[in-house]
Design a protein. Structure first.
Length: 140
């Protein structure tokens, strides 16, 4: 006799909830076959505390502005921090002292959105500047 357990996905209360929407779309037909591609659409989350969120958002924008980004990267490099470790960069006051206090008072959802904005800003840095600060951007 073989016993089997029901899939955890079928157990009440354990159904995964996605914050994103995935849609299938027909991208093209090749050699008579239908080719499907998956498009990802990020869910829009509302900001719980717009004033604090905005203050940190502005601090990140200021650090990543074209006039300040080289200095910001240089200060992170001198502090021997990992550029993608947002919370350590924040804790070391690289984004300003006020940002540390404001971030700590945000809810989890707002904190997550701020982290995503920081990482997205990090990836938008000019490729030449990224090459100059290669060690900051390297995964090791």
């Amino acid at each position: 006799m073989v016993e089997s357990q029901p899939s955890k996905l079928l157990v009440a209360g354990s159904i995964p909830v996605s914050r994103s929407t995935i849609m299938n779309a027909v991208s093209k037909q090749s050699a008579g076959r239908l080719v499907l591609s998956t498009m990802y659409e990020q869910a829009v989350l509302s900001v719980e505390d717009p004033q604090r969120f905005g203050a940190i958002h502005k601090a990140i924008e200021a650090s990543f502005s074209s006039s300040a980004i080289a200095g910001f990267l240089k200060s992170v490099e001198r502090a021997h921090l990992r550029i993608r470790d947002f919370e350590t960069v924040l804790r070391k006051k690289m984004l300003g002292e006020a940002a540390v206090v404001e971030y700590a008072q945000l809810g989890n959802s707002d904190q997550g959105q701020i982290r995503e904005f920081y990482l997205a800003s990090l990836e938008k840095v000019d490729p030449e500047l990224r090459q100059k600060f290669f060690r900051l951007y390297a995964y090791y």
